[in-house]
Design a protein around this ligand. Structure first.
Ligand SMILES: [Zn+2]
Length: 281
């Protein structure tokens, strides 16, 4: 799609992966969603593959394939794209307290986002590991293209139940076995328990994501005390891509009540300083 929307470059050290999976000279830039894309975004019927493709469509890369962006970086870029598209500096994340049931909205800005980095012992990618059968395997994070392939059904014949199982995403981490099915079958047929532990460890080491936003429930209870329950709001993942931060329809409440309209809490109003339009202030 051709458009004149300006591109915003993202420095590698500002990505969850710190750019480790990419060539040093490469460049990643993103643009905001167009009006049409924003509309589709809020009306999203929930296909994560479609949301990933839509976010990827806003990204321009130099010196590397766009599809080679890690899916976890893309989830983060998707949040940035959405933030810049909404033209506001603060965002609201609706939540419901697990302890007292209070429904609130947590305000956050880009600066509040923090990452869980890949394991600091990883100096470069891929990680090379010799398995107990002497086979050398190379590991790197799942890319956006692999995510699209995996969840759009491209490899479904590989799986016993014809859809991705728990091993499926792990198999995308193996980069040096030709063909996805080979990587999957290798993992499924491993017999040495130590190999299994090793793979789990590698999976963990390669993880890089946005840390959940944490807060204490501010609700005042009937006995005048404050609930104070620890809440953790996860921004990461397909939910973050699919869910608009500020649109009422997708608040938790609307997910819980089906059919009849909820009878309670109709007085809640949008906090000051947050517009429903294209920007604030
Ligand atoms: Zn609470």
């Amino acid at each position: 799609m051709e458009n004149e929307l300006p591109l915003i470059a993202i420095p590698f050290d500002k990505l969850p992966s710190k750019g480790l999976p990419y060539p040093e000279s490469a460049k990643i830039e993103y643009r905001t969603y167009t009006f049409g894309e924003t509309k589709m975004e809020s009306a999203s019927s929930g296909s994560s593959v479609r949301a990933v493709k839509r976010a990827l469509n806003c990204i321009t890369t130099t010196g590397m394939e766009r599809g080679n962006i890690t899916i976890l970086d893309l989830f983060y870029l998707g949040v940035l794209i959405k933030m810049s598209s909404e033209g506001a500096s603060e965002f609201n994340m609706p939540y419901m307290c697990w302890k007292c049931g209070y429904e609130g909205e947590h305000k956050f800005s880009q600066g509040d986002l923090d990452f869980k980095d890949m394991d600091e012992s990883i100096e470069e990618l891929p990680m090379k590991v010799v398995m107990s059968d002497e086979k050398e395997l190379h590991f790197a994070p799942m890319t956006a293209q692999q995510y699209i392939d995996l969840y759009s059904g491209k490899f479904n014949e590989t799986f016993p139940k014809n859809k991705p199982d728990e091993v499926a995403p792990v198999a995308t981490l193996i980069k040096n076995l030709k063909g996805y099915a080979n990587a999957y079958n290798y993992l499924v047929n491993m017999t040495n328990p130590e190999d299994g532990e090793l793979i789990n460890e590698i999976d963990k080491m390669l993880m890089h994501e946005i840390k959940p936003l944490t807060l204490k429930c501010p609700n005042t209870l009937e006995n005048e005390s404050v609930c104070n329950a620890d809440l953790s709001l996860k921004l990461e993942g397909r939910e973050a891509l699919l869910k608009p931060f500020r649109t009422r329809e997708t608040s938790i409440k609307s997910r819980i009540f089906y059919g009849n309209a909820p009878q309670h809490n109709t007085k809640r109003v949008r906090p000051d300083g947050v517009s429903t339009g294209s920007g604030t202030e």
